[in-house]
Ligand binder design. Structure first.
Ligand code: 4AD
Ligand code: MG
Length: 474
């Protein structure tokens, strides 16, 4: 359907062509002697209107009600100029074949249904306008991501999903445990099934991995190993967090893009993040026009304008210290306290991007070291680290990044200070022992990017199958 209607002439160039179209029936309405069937195949937002009169082959099936909303069909006919105002062309049907019938219990009928309801029908929701459009924009963003990094000379690296290290040190990992399967026993995946030592502790030597293993919260540490060999790299894969936060910005399973730049500092990192965001947003505006117009009309008025500004205008930058000052001076009552040394809450982030800086992305740098991860490079003031967060309107934190601590002694001292087990970071420390280089990187939550680009307010609606506390269906 995109091929027929997608061109600048909206299909007029194809008038007179004979073709077959396969798709799913979206709507069906009969008038005295003709029946209109709108079909959609997911290639674009538009449906193809098919006009049938009683002479068309298969008409009796339509008449008899075997072809209903939701059914899959193959329609053959000729493209003609449409008499209607909603489309330039339509298909004059010669023959319709019912491929798969659909009964009247089909839950996606023409009337609008809520996105909450559709979450319970995640297997069918891609057949709606909104979820079809989200899927196409998400696809464009993924393609643009690879394109941007490939064209900039970055190498894509597959970071592992199962890992023994906790990159963020926030204790939000899902544990993966399985007894070593033997031929005569079925695998038992319960932690209780792992034998205990005399002291009652879990005896990890009996476990598949021989020690506690987890689903990764970030591919960064692994990414650093490749950046300190291949220079610029990026990862793009699923990550997992057992955060018990039921918010519209958190998922238990989300995709992250993590570039890592060698011979680079925080300024290089921020420049890369800015260029990346502008590039992918421009790709969506250029290549998803119909879907973006849909979002602009139905989801967030003005989103196209807002995104055009992102592409064209410079991003603002300020230090964490200045951000705190701004928040303290704000004539506003916040629920959470504002004080140097405390992390910014989403209400603070929203104030900064939506009110203080009128809907523009803002990069905040140099956070207090106490609220950031162990690997961030300490600044000369001894109090802050070379970290940066990019905040965007409506979503809040889109990107978190930093220059990494490349000095062996400083990093070892930091691990000690945080009482982290140096032994288990031996390979990470090796990178500082053998040809260490200044390097920096960031992580971008892909679903938050899709939210930002579509205006969809709940993160559960921008990933095909959302996982959050209490929900892992489908
Ligand atoms: O700020 P975070 O925790 O940073 C890291 O993981 C670094 N290791 C990244 C790096 O420097 N390579 O997470 C990065 C981004 C956040 O800014 C946010 O967009 C997203 O990941 N994110 C989540 N998205 C959805 N659901 C969650 N539970 C998320 N947690 C983080
Ligand atoms: Mg963060």
């Amino acid at each position: 359907i995109a091929e027929v209607k997608g061109g600048a002439d909206e299909g007029l160039g194809r008038v007179g062509q004979s073709l077959s179209v396969m798709g799913w029936v979206r709507t069906l309405r009969s008038q005295s002697s003709v029946t209109f069937i709108e079909i959609n195949d997911g290639s674009c937002l538009s449906n193809l209107q098919c006009v049938m009169n009683p002479e068309a082959e298969g008409y009796d099936q339509v008449e008899a009600g075997s072809v209903l909303t939701g059914a899959s069909v193959c329609v053959q006919g000729t493209i003609v100029a449409s008499q209607g105002t909603k489309q330039k062309v339509e298909l004059k049907v010669r023959k319709i074949i019912l491929v798969g019938k659909c009964d009247s219990s089909y839950p996606i009928q023409k009337k609008r249904v809520s996105r909450e309801f559709l979450r319970t029908k995640a297997h069918l929701r891609p057949r709606t306008n909104t979820f079809g459009a989200v899927a196409r924009v998400r696809n464009t963003l993924a393609y643009a991501t690879h394109k941007f990094f490939q064209e900039s000379g970055f190498v894509w690296v597959a970071s592992p999903i199962i890992t023994a290290s906790d990159c963020e040190g926030a204790g939000e990992q899902f544990c993966v445990t399985t007894l070593i399967p033997s031929s005569h026993e079925t695998t038992n995946t319960s932690i209780d099934a792992i034998p205990k030592t005399k002291g009652g502790l879990v005896d990890w030597s009996q476990d598949f991995f021989g020690k506690p293993a987890f689903l990764t919260v970030s591919g960064q540490l692994n990414g650093e190993t490749y950046a300190t060999a291949l220079s610029d790299i990026y990862t793009f894969g699923p990550t997992f967090r057992a955060e018990n936060s039921n918010t519209s910005r958190h998922l238990a399973e989300f995709w992250m893009i993590e570039p890592e730049l060698a011979f680079a500092d925080l300024d290089d990192d921020m420049a890369c993040a800015t260029a990346y965001l502008q590039y992918v947003v421009k790709c969506v505006l250029d290549n998803c026009k119909e879907d973006m117009e849909f979002f602009d009309t139905w989801i967030e008025k003005g989103i196209i304008h807002r995104l055009s500004d992102v592409v064209e205008k410079e991003f603002l930058q300020l230090s964490y210290t200045d951000a705190i000052e701004l928040l303290l001076k704000a004539n506003k009552k916040f629920e959470f306290p504002v004080k140097w040394g405390l992390d910014l809450q989403s209400e603070h982030e929203r104030y900064l991007t939506e009110e203080a800086f009128e809907g523009r992305p803002v990069i905040i740098r140099n956070y207090p070291k106490e609220i950031k991860a162990f690997y961030m490079r300490e600044n000369d003031d001894g109090k802050t680290v070379a970290a940066m967060d990019m905040l965007v309107p409506r979503v809040g934190e889109l990107i978190g990044g930093s220059q990494r601590e490349e000095r062996l002694e400083v990093l070892e001292a930091r691990l000690d200070e945080l009482k982290l087990d140096k032994e288990s970071y031996w390979w990470y420390l090796d990178l500082r022992r053998y040809g260490s280089v200044p390097h920096a990187g960031f992580g971008l939550g892909f679903e938050r990017l899709v939210q930002f680009a579509t205006g969809i307010d709940n993160i559960r609606d921008v990933i095909p199958f959302p996982r959050s506390p209490g929900s892992a269906d489908f």
